[in-house]
Design a protein around this ligand. Structure first.
Ligand SMILES: [Zn+2]
Length: 123
């Protein structure tokens, strides 16, 4: 009887230990998840600040940012060129505001409602 009680106790102890380890891991996982969420949030905020700074200063780039601003501008131009190319391959045109591909005959963007005829004078 003693023997079985001892085995029983050690099984209970082992189970508790595993349970506590698992709980510890869960706590770590929770903290890691929370940390990751905060890091993602922080990165989004930095990105937003960068965009706001760029928008506010693009007409007159501060000297120390001139090169980065040029690269941003060049990338934006390239993106709109690529949107146009994709659109024409798909037989449509890209909305200059949101990039959605709409029919060449469309007067308004179906995604954002931008009037297109003013911009696409060749239509
Ligand atoms: Zn649009």
């Amino acid at each position: 009887m003693d023997f079985f009680n001892k085995i029983g106790d050690s099984i209970v102890n082992a189970t508790q230990e595993v349970g506590e380890k698992a709980k510890g891991m869960t706590d770590i996982a929770k903290l890691q998840y929370e940390m990751k969420s905060k890091e993602d949030f922080l990165n989004k905020q930095y990105q937003e600040i960068g965009k706001m700074f760029y928008e506010a200063n693009k007409s007159e780039a501060p000297e120390e940012y001139a090169q980065v601003f040029e690269e941003v501008e060049a990338a934006a131009v390239k993106i709109s060129e690529l949107q146009e190319e994709i659109a024409s391959l798909k037989g449509g045109k890209a909305c200059p505001k949101c990039g959605a591909i709409v029919s060449s005959a469309a007067s308004f963007c179906s995604e954002c409602g931008t009037k297109l005829n003013d911009i696409f004078e060749e239509d």
